[in-house]
Write a new protein. Structure first.
Length: 174
């Protein structure tokens, strides 16, 4: 059986109503090993937009809290490129991080992994909300990012994984 046949068999469990055969953790692992990254990204984006999962900013904060320093910095730099240094600094100040707020005032344009470790998930939630408001395509950019780091997506739990898998089942069914 080819890769698409294997993926199709797994995704059939998520194409309709709840399946007693569904094993989101195991199925997600299999899908992320075999599915095209573009399909995974699209499905992560669907999960971010779903009314069956928490709001996008909350999910981004959860992903941030489970990411390593490098992944955190990458995520923050995407948000920074969307909201700009002034709004980034403002959100940092609002979250009691005046020292970090000044980072970008001195001409620094990127957050390092070490700096990212100092930023709490609540500040990231606020940044994600601002970024989504300014440019809704940030959802797709972050979806692409986490399609490359799917092990972090698993930390969102069974409901989110089922949502991603259901989205993939729907896109493969087209």
């Amino acid at each position: 059986m080819d890769v698409f046949g294997q993926i199709g068999n797994v995704l059939q469990r998520y194409a309709g109503s709840d399946s007693p055969d569904a094993r989101p953790d195991e199925d997600f692992d299999e899908i992320t090993r075999n599915a095209p990254k573009a399909s995974l990204s699209e499905s992560i984006g669907s999960m971010f937009r779903s009314d069956q999962t928490p709001p996008f900013p909350q999910l981004v904060a959860q992903l941030f809290s489970q990411s390593n320093g490098s992944q955190r910095a990458g995520l923050l730099n995407m948000l920074l490129s969307t909201v700009g240094p002034m709004l980034f600094s403002q959100v940092m100040k609002q979250n009691g991080l005046s020292g970090l707020a000044g980072l970008l005032g001195g001409g620094q344009t990127q957050v390092t992994p070490q700096e990212a470790e100092q930023i709490p998930p609540d500040a990231v939630r606020d940044l994600a909300a601002q970024a989504q408001q300014q440019n809704p395509s940030i959802v797709d950019r972050i979806s692409d990012y986490y399609a490359e780091n799917p092990e972090v997506v698993k930390t969102l739990g069974t409901s989110a994984l089922s949502s991603v898998l259901s989205g993939m089942a729907n896109s493969f069914g087209r």
